[in-house]
Design a protein around this ligand. Structure first.
Ligand code: ADP
Length: 178
């Protein structure tokens, strides 16, 4: 599914974030930036040791912020590493921290002249954010950003599995009144 937001496109696909040919892919990292499971493990496995080496030099990333590295062997040019909230730990602050993770990732893409960005569903794996709650926040934050930032031409949400795709599709239809 895809919708226009201003002059940009927001699209939902079912797939694997490591296979995307967008200028940047976003990693759902942890604050150490030293690798983990889920999306993070998949990106480092597919991209090779160069990404982890750069992450080591950066030295970490607070929750809600983002950092950028090269993309090693991946098709994308850059990896943007962001740290989403831990649902049960961050409590009331979780929604705003989740929105910040998306916004700060897009800001980095704009600053680096990257025109297309692929996101996974941040925080909805090991970090325990229910996908039904995370999806509308993720989508609304990205749509609000795109309306103000036409330099980002395409944002693709890459959802892992049919159930995740359907959850995002329903949330997007609710947002655009479909
Ligand atoms: P977090 O620690 O932020 O929760 P995870 O990597 O554990 O991050 O999970 C985030 C989401 O990414 C989950 O919904 C998970 O199913 C999904 N996911 C896992 N592997 C991939 C992949 N290769 N591509 C896209 N999404 C993935």
């Amino acid at each position: 599914m895809e919708v226009r937001v201003g002059s940009s496109v927001l699209e939902l696909v079912e797939g694997d974030i490591t296979q995307q040919d967008t200028d940047a892919i976003v990693n759902a990292a942890n604050p150490s930036l030293l690798g983990g499971g889920g999306v993070d493990g998949a990106i480092h496995r597919a991209g090779g040791p160069q990404i982890l080496e750069e992450c080591r030099r950066i030295g970490g990333c607070p929750t809600g912020e983002a950092r950028i590295t090269n993309a090693g062997r991946l098709k994308a040019k850059k990896v943007i590493h962001t740290v989403g909230p831990v649902y049960y730990r961050d409590g009331e602050r979780a929604p705003e921290l989740l929105a910040s993770a998306y916004r700060n990732s897009l800001r980095l893409a704009s600053e680096h002249g990257l025109r297309s960005v692929a996101f996974p569903s941040i925080s909805t794996g090991a970090y325990g954010y229910p996908m039904e709650e995370a999806a509308p926040i993720a989508l609304k934050t990205v749509m609000d950003y795109l309306r103000e930032h036409p330099e980002i031409e395409r944002v693709r949400f890459v959802l892992f599995g049919r159930a995740a795709y359907e959850t995002y599709r329903r949330a997007l239809e609710d947002l655009v009144g479909g």
